[in-house]
Design a protein around this ligand. Structure first.
Ligand code: UT7
Length: 312
């Protein structure tokens, strides 16, 4: 038993923050940011715009895209690390905003930048067990809540946004979420974590070293497990944290850069929304075609990492 993707949607806040905007605010340059990260712009939410606001818009767009209503969905999972409220979950709030009348179960999961892969992993298990018919996965983050404008080493790296994917149960095991793997190593907590006063603490170079090992490892694991090689894959959509990390992963996997989707230049690192926003971008722009096989590796705080294999 498997699944198929039946709808997607995304939302990016209106305000675009450029590297030149950062030059005016702190001791940094467009040249440094571009050469070290590949980032040119990122979207920043308004002060009064919440993770729930962004997630709700992305969810409604995914429903419209799938020609469904919220009552056709039987589970919502939200990958987020930046909810404004500790409870209830963003998922439950989204279902309420969309007027769900079917006692729709919803929950959030915290996998940091790997959150959307953890959600795909859960969805695969639920479909395999025959527990759900249509699952909505949302990745939504307001990273600006954690941005400390006095820390140039992290402030320039992140952006806000939300994406939503709807998967439907299918009898084919060769479409939708075909395979997933998730991993974590809590011994590496110090690399990257949030602080109680809502700031980002990151050892950039150490995190970088781990990212360029872990994402290719997860990608290789999935290919071996699924019995495929790099030639079988049409696109890799890596977690969008840093263009240099993406180049390095491509080199490790001997995969051509023209088959690797890049949105980090426009969106920066949107953590748990990153891969969902990137897939929505590729579909909106007809970059990825129906039937293509996508390898989806991710890496983040925890440390957490993993990968998914999906067919569109
Ligand atoms: O999504 C979760 C996973 N997160 C990641 O994967 C992030 C992984 N790490 C990275 O992407 C990179 O380590 C960074 C982009 C964060 C930093 O790049 P780096 O090449 O590792 O730079 P660095 O931290 O070694 O810093 C090099 C220099 C330092 O100056 P000195 O000590 O050499 O004089 C920094 O103070 O760059 C300086 N620097 C900056 N300069 C201008 C740090 N941030 C900035 C900045 N503008 N914004």
């Amino acid at each position: 038993m498997g699944s198929r993707l039946v709808g997607y949607g995304s939302y990016l806040p209106e305000h675009i923050m450029t590297n030149q905007d950062f030059e005016r605010l702190m001791d940094t340059t467009d040249e440094w940011i571009t050469s070290r990260t590949g980032i040119k712009t990122r979207h920043f939410a308004r002060d009064d715009e919440t993770v729930v606001d962004m997630a709700t818009i992305a969810a409604q767009r995914a429903l419209d895209n799938a020609k469904l209503t919220i009552n056709d969905i039987d589970l919502i999972m939200v990958a987020t690390t930046t909810p404004e409220l500790d409870f209830p979950s963003v998922g439950v709030q989204v279902s309420g905003r969309l007027g769900a009348k079917n006692n729709l179960p919803a929950f959030d999961l915290r996998g940091a930048c790997t959150g959307y892969i953890y959600a795909l992993h859960c969805a695969r298990g639920f479909f395999t067990a025959g527990m759900h018919q249509r699952i909505m996965i949302i990745g939504a983050e307001k990273m600006t809540r954690f941005i400390d404008m006095s820390d140039r080493s992290t402030a320039v790296l992140f952006g806000d946004g939300a994406g939503a994917l709807i998967f439907e149960h299918s009898s084919s095991g060769y479409s939708g979420i075909i395979d997933t793997v998730v991993m974590a190593d809590g011994n590496e907590f110090e690399c990257l974590h949030g602080t109680p006063d809502h700031r980002i603490a990151m050892n950039g170079p150490e995190t970088y070293k781990k990212a360029v090992q872990c994402m290719p490892d997860a990608a290789r694991y999935i290919m071996k497990h699924a019995g495929i090689t790099a030639e079988n894959i049409d696109w890799i959509i890596p977690h969008q944290a840093n263009l240099r990390i993406i180049h390095s992963c491509a080199a490790h996997l001997a995969f051509p850069m023209d088959k690797i989707l890049i949105t980090v230049d426009q969106h920066a690192n949107t953590s748990g929304a990153s891969g969902v926003l990137a897939l929505a971008y590729a579909l909106d722009n007809d970059i990825i075609q129906h039937g293509q096989l996508i390898l989806y590796p991710a890496f983040g705080s925890g440390l957490t990492w993993g990968a998914a294999l999906i067919r569109i």
